[in-house]
Design a binder for this molecule. Structure first.
Ligand SMILES: O=C1C[C@@](O)(C(=O)O)C[C@@H](O)[C@@H]1O
Length: 510
């Protein structure tokens, strides 16, 4: 699949500043960060007379949208918008209520070059439906708007499905901005469905639901997205920590595959797959806590993933649209541990059918999706698997499935039956923002020859630092992350993964 020519997408950032000087400095910054235009939110400024903002709105150094949305100051609002129209700025944005004011309607119809953006904000009132959105859009369209903007508060990522439908079918250019962390893909996938522009945040500022301008420029490069672009994403909660987007998007471009990979903050995995069932949604990584429940969402499950009972990759099979689940965690973690052990034992490159894990005690912390992959992998290599988990029942169920043993979590720090054991953390303990935590105290780490941590943010977890200090070989979750992503990339694209390129990308980011 070839990468299509660049689209005509506009990237915008909203500027809220008190003074003209601050506005001007922000416009310069927006230019540096790759914005095509800025929205000057004049209602955020302090001025006593409209003429004070004249210079700003007349000669901004980037094309601008002049907006004013403060219902409490209707007169000022009308004054500012009228002034912007007189000054012929590129875009003037106004709320639907303002646009429907008879005074403003007249002005709208007699405008010269300025394009009018009419916006509506939908908050509450239940889930958005195609009918509801259609009604709002019809009202906005009746004002004579050149562009319509739908701002909408969403409770779930699935609320965006009717928004994408509107974007696809709307006759007039439409901007859709879903507010809140579950709304992020409204911006990232906007160009795929025909959105007129997307918003990004300035200065790397974290705003729920908005990508940063820098990530739009460096990671997503939405100018390459078109209606044929296949959508891939990480279905997880939390999702913001993932390095998947910085890995898969450049790798797609590197191999000229027309795809985009986005973070998908999902609460209900079943509802998610039920909602996004079209062929556009071509493949998924599955992260915590969905790896086990996602098995039931698949039409077919690869035997390894089935025995593990967890999937971390789902592909929509192109020939029949069926969802097929895989587990690339298992081999990636176990092979990373094996390679490190072989290197430690100086048997690198020597062909051997016996795994260096065989016969060893493999202590596993965590019995969730990643834990299950590690337990089955270790068992398949002939290790003796011992599982510790805060919820003992889960540990017991997993131990039974791999003919291992489950022990109560409190005993982990004094578990010391023999030297040279392997420790694998598959729990989220130590993951950012709790990077000061470790599942096992330093003193207890002396019993281990090798310590592996599935947590990869931070790269060097407290567990790994302390294990190295007591002389163990350490394997970072970054290595597992790279290997599972290479497997995923192959499944996503049906082609080879550019391994050196992807490794370099990940290592540069940590
Ligand atoms: O566990 C992980 C990490 C991951 O969730 C991520 O953070 O990108 C992606 C999953 O596919 C993988 O199994």
């Amino acid at each position: 699949m070839e990468v299509a020519a660049k689209n005509s997408l506009l990237v915008c950032t909203q500027l809220e500043c008190e003074t003209t000087e601050e506005m001007q400095a922000s416009i310069e910054q927006a230019k540096v960060e790759g914005a095509d235009l800025v929205e000057l939110c004049i209602d955020s400024m302090e001025f006593s007379h409209i003429s004070e903002v004249d210079k700003l709105i007349q000669h901004p150094t980037l094309p601008a949208i002049v907006s004013y949305s403060d219902e409490a100051c209707k007169n000022t609002c009308l004054q500012v918008l009228r002034r912007a129209l007189d000054l012929d700025v590129e875009f003037v944005e106004m709320d639907y209520e303002v646009a429907s004011d008879p005074l403003m309607s007249e002005i709208i119809y007699s405008r010269s070059n300025t394009k009018i953006i009419v916006s509506s904000y939908l908050n509450g009132g239940g889930k958005p439906t195609t009918e509801k959105l259609g009604d709002v859009i019809a009202c906005m369209q009746a004002t004579g708007a050149d562009v319509m903007k739908l701002e909408i508060a969403v409770d779930s990522i699935t609320d965006l499905a009717p928004v994408f439908e509107m974007l696809t079918h709307c006759q007039v250019p439409l901007i859709a901005l879903a507010v809140g962390s579950r709304g992020l893909i409204s911006q990232l996938l906007g160009p795929k469905f025909g959105g007129f522009l997307v918003y990004g945040s300035l200065g790397g500022k974290s705003v729920p639901g908005l990508p940063t301008l820098v990530s739009l420029k460096q990671v997503y490069q939405l100018e390459h997205i078109n209606p044929d672009t296949k959508i891939f994403g990480l279905v997880s909660n939390p999702v913001g920590h993932s390095k998947g987007p910085i890995l898969h998007n450049p790798a797609f471009r590197h191999t000229r595959f027309n795809g985009i990979y986005v973070p998908m903050l999902v609460d209900d995995v079943k509802e998610f797959f039920r909602t996004y069932s079209g062929t556009d949604f071509a493949g998924f990584s599955v992260g915590i806590p969905h790896k086990e429940p996602a098995v039931a969402c698949c039409d077919e499950v690869h035997p390894l993933a089935k025995s593990i009972g967890a999937v971390n990759t789902i592909i929509r099979r192109p020939i029949d649209g069926k969802l097929v689940g895989y587990n690339t965690d298992c081999e990636s973690a176990i092979s990373a541990i094996e390679d490190a052990l072989r290197e430690r034992q100086g048997i690198n490159g020597v062909a051997s059918h016996t795994s260096p894990i065989a016969g060893k005690i493999f202590v596993l912390v965590g019995a969730g999706g990643a834990g299950r992959a590690l337990a089955f992998g270790a068992k398949s290599r002939g290790a003796r698997v011992i599982i510790f988990n805060r919820n003992y029942e889960r540990a017991k169920a997993l131990a039974d499935a791999v003919s291992g043993e489950a022990l109560h979590f409190e005993y982990l720090h004094e578990f010391f039956p023999e030297k040279g054991m392997i420790l694998a953390n598959a729990s989220a303990i130590g993951m950012e923002p709790n990077s000061d935590q470790s599942p096992v105290p330093k003193e207890a780490l002396k019993a281990y020859e090798l310590v592996f941590d599935a947590v990869y943010t931070p790269r060097n977890t407290r567990l790994l630092r302390e294990a190295a200090e007591v002389g163990a070989t350490v394997v970072s979750g970054v290595e597992m992350f790279i290997r599972q992503a290479l497997g995923q990339f192959r499944l996503f694209t049906g082609g080879l993964a550019p391994e050196d390129f992807m490794r370099k990308l990940v290592l540069e980011q940590f």
